[in-house]
Design a protein around this ligand. Structure first.
Ligand SMILES: *Cc1c(COP(=O)(O)O)cnc(C)c1O
Length: 390
């Protein structure tokens, strides 16, 4: 079963008991990371044993935090297709391009991964009421997994959140509270209410297990590419858990001896209207400054200040990656291009990776023969309002 041993602070290294509900580091307030007995995993597991397992992220059960299988709350998340994108590659002059299509997840986005794992573990630790401030896809995923688990779910959303997310969360039976103002206002209101009512808040990186769900994107990439990682991974970055999680996944796979030391160069793509990571990366900073008046059609990228900014920047530098900002107009045309050439209708965040790749090709930052993976983090079907009638 799980080889989870303890939690460790990502900043100060404080060690914590994984057997109880934990949020962030009590000493420095930074995100906590789940740690496993990887030496034991070397003895117990090998790559061949994965064959024939469930076609979900739960195929990596020993390296996920749930002790008792009966607590797993699954809707079939993960093990999404890695699609060879030949026509798009030709268009860009690239010979080895893939799209990892996260749009096939339950609720239509990769947020399902993190919330399947976080809700499962919360259930196991005795939590019965969960809550989240969200403008978007995370709320829908929390509501869906909460419904499956029979938990009480509270979502606080800005009144102007996309209608699809509000409707979806309500359909899954969540109690939705619409708040005047921005996501930060919703978060503030929720914090107070959560303390009074003892709801567990599962905001990005404010509990350690959503990240564990997201690291499985890295595991899958390795397994689907026959344990030879690509040269470049391009990821749309908001809170950064996808990027941080994948990197953690690669470190674990290397400790297991399942991959060698070669890692992809990791690329963060952000929207020009909210690009705090790109700015901090270019300026050589260790943390990002809050982005004023954040605005973009790619709502998943509208994160003015990420709790894990120092971790994201660390991954970009350690991997010799980079960070790129793209305009909303480039994102819209990339949505159409990916759909037309590959039959994958991407969310704007996923399309941003294609727009970013175009820049990197133009700058000569990638070579024609490099193996490159774009992450489409969600389905365009949740964003049809952006395209309208052409
Ligand atoms: C949340 C979200 C993102 C941003 O992901 P992070 O891992 O938090 O950076 C990207 N795309 C979509 C569709 C999202 O919902």
């Amino acid at each position: 079963m799980t080889l989870l041993t303890h939690l460790e602070c990502s900043r100060c290294g404080e060690l914590l008991d994984a057997g109880r509900v934990q949020t962030v580091c009590p000493r420095c307030g930074k995100p906590l990371l789940a740690r496993y007995d990887l030496e034991r995993a070397v003895d117990l597991l090998d790559r061949g044993r994965l064959r024939g397992r469930d076609a979900t992220l739960w195929r990596y059960l020993e390296l996920l935090p749930v002790r008792d299988r009966r607590h797993i709350v699954s809707l079939g998340e993960g093990w999404t297709p890695l699609l060879r994108a030949r026509r798009l590659g030709e268009e860009l002059g690239l010979r080895a391009l893939w799209i990892k299509d996260e749009g096939l997840n339950p609720t239509g986005t990769f947020k399902a991964r993190g919330l399947s794992v976080a809700v499962s573990r919360a259930l196991e630790l005795g939590v019965r009421r969960v809550a989240m401030p969200s403008a978007g896809n995370a709320a829908a995923a929390l509501a869906a997994y909460g419904a499956k688990a029979g938990l009480e779910v509270h979502v606080y959303m800005p009144r102007d959140a996309p209608e699809v997310n509000i409707v979806e969360a309500e359909a899954y039976g969540a109690e939705v509270t619409l708040v005047e103002g921005l996501i930060t206002d919703a978060a503030r209101l929720l914090e107070g209410r959560a303390r009074e009512a003892s709801w567990m808040v599962v905001s990005t990186l404010k509990e350690p297990y959503r990240l564990e769900g997201k690291k499985t994107m890295g595991y899958e990439l390795a397994e689907q590419m026959d344990w030879r990682l690509p040269d470049v991974v391009i990821y749309p970055t908001g809170g950064g858990t996808g990027l941080i999680g994948m990197w953690k996944g690669f470190q674990e796979l290397q400790a297991l001896g399942w991959i060698d030391g070669r890692r992809p160069r990791m690329v963060s793509v952000q929207a020009a209207g909210c690009a705090p990571i790109v700015k901090a990366f270019r300026e050589g900073r260790g943390e990002a400054e809050p982005w004023p008046r954040a605005q973009t059609i790619a709502s998943g990228l509208r994160v003015p200040k990420a709790l894990g900014d120092f971790l994201i920047l660390g991954v970009l530098r350690e991997s010799q990656g980079t960070a790129v900002a793209v305009g909303d107009d480039e994102i819209l045309s990339a949505m159409r291009l990916m759909a037309r050439l590959e039959g994958v209708f991407p969310c704007p965040e996923g399309a941003a990776t294609l727009a970013g790749l175009r820049r990197l090709v133009d700058e000569g930052w990638v070579d024609a023969d490099e193996r490159i993976v774009l992450f489409n983090t969600g389905t365009g079907l949740k964003y049809t309002h952006l395209l309208g009638w052409a």
